[in-house]
Design a protein around this ligand. Structure first.
Ligand code: SF4
Ligand SMILES: [Zn+2]
Ligand SMILES: [Zn+2]
Length: 335
């Protein structure tokens, strides 16, 4: 029997980057202390602030909600906000878990749906993309609409901060994806806290799990028995470019333990330089909806316009590949 580094109990978790072998009790303690350190070091939560927590029903948001409630419910009001993208058999099931956790902890929650708020469920959007691949990826639409609605819900409950369940793996994948795309502007928006103050109609976003690896969140949620969805991942996620980066980084981490933390450390050094170069960039308002935007037309309106014009696109679609050519010949678009 392998024993814990800190006591004589059986080790339940092996952290290769330490390396550490920890029993359940010492792993939970180690995990919670690290999340607490992330929150304190980056000043993520101030006394009295109202915190909206984005809850999807998955392990990351369940852990975030549980820990914020555990440590801050005496000094801060916590409200869960949930987005139903309209992905049957997936999000409806996971949101039930999110609601169960909220009810167990006695936390109020508010739900918004894509269908009502942006006029299309993800199922509708996926259907449109299947008919016209030129529209792009499902996740491209989903990410834009989710960010918009989470912020809208956070504003509607008068929250000072919006906490999300982004973990170390998510963040490192985003850093690498933006780096590969040479998108330094977007890279500069990453970090444990996005925007310090509530301004331009945007609620500051915080990521308490910023320095916590995904596999440890899985172990923690299981040890604590947190109600969460652990079934199949999103049926539309196969299109996600992120999957390639997840795979690459996991391979790197397995061969060179500590890789993910090294990338995060490099990012910490680079971020002030990138931000310095971006000084002077102004937030303006979208000409269509009036919401804050870096461009004349915000991303939400851009995506909505794309969907609205889709019928026209299909009719006028000039196929460039054999597959598209075959598709355009058979489509009878009736929506
Ligand atoms: S995997 Fe893509 S489509 Fe599915 S919920 Fe996530 S962002 Fe949306
Ligand atoms: Zn121990
Ligand atoms: Zn707009």
């Amino acid at each position: 029997m392998q024993t814990c580094d800190k006591c004589a109990s059986e080790s339940k978790v092996l952290l290769s980057y330490g390396p550490h072998k920890l029993c359940e009790e010492h792993f939970v303690d180690f995990f919670e202390k690290r999340v607490g350190r992330t929150i304190r070091e980056h000043n993520l939560v101030k006394k009295g602030e109202k915190i909206a927590v984005g809850v999807s029903g998955g392990k990351d948001s369940a852990t975030t909600l549980y820990l914020l409630h555990k440590y801050y419910s005496n000094s801060n009001e916590i409200h869960a906000v949930m987005i139903d993208e309209g992905i049957p058999g997936y999000r409806d099931v996971s949101l039930e878990k999110g609601k169960e956790l909220c009810e167990t902890l006695g936390i109020e929650y508010t739900v918004a749906t894509y269908k009502k708020e942006v006029g299309h469920s993800m199922e509708d959007i996926k259907h449109k993309i299947d008919l016209n691949h030129a529209l792009g990826s499902t996740c491209g639409f989903c990410g834009v609409f989710r960010r918009f609605l989470l912020n809208k819900l956070a504003l509607s409950v008068n929250a000072d901060k919006l906490a999300t369940g982004h973990n170390l793996d998510d963040e490192v994948q985003s850093i690498c994806m933006n780096f590969f795309d040479a998108d330094t502007q977007r890279m500069a928006t990453l970090g444990p806290i996005v925007q310090e103050q509530k301004e331009h109609g945007l609620v500051p976003r915080i990521k308490p799990l910023w320095e916590t690896p995904e596999n440890e969140v899985i172990a923690y949620a299981a040890f604590k028995g947190l109600p969460h969805y652990s079934g199949e991942c999103c049926p539309y996620s196969y299109q996600a470019k992120r999957n390639l980066f997840r795979e690459m980084l996991n391979k790197m981490e397995a061969s060179i333990p500590g890789t993910k933390y090294s990338i995060l450390s490099s990012f910490k050094e680079l971020k002030p330089i990138i931000r310095q170069n971006m000084k002077g960039q102004k937030i303006t308002t979208c000409s269509q909806c009036g919401n804050p935007s870096a461009k004349t037309l915000c991303m939400v309106c851009t995506k909505q316009n794309q969907l609205a014009e889709e019928k026209l696109e299909i009719k006028n679609h000039k196929p460039t590949r054999e597959k598209d050519r075959a598709l355009s010949c058979t489509i009878k678009y009736t929506a």
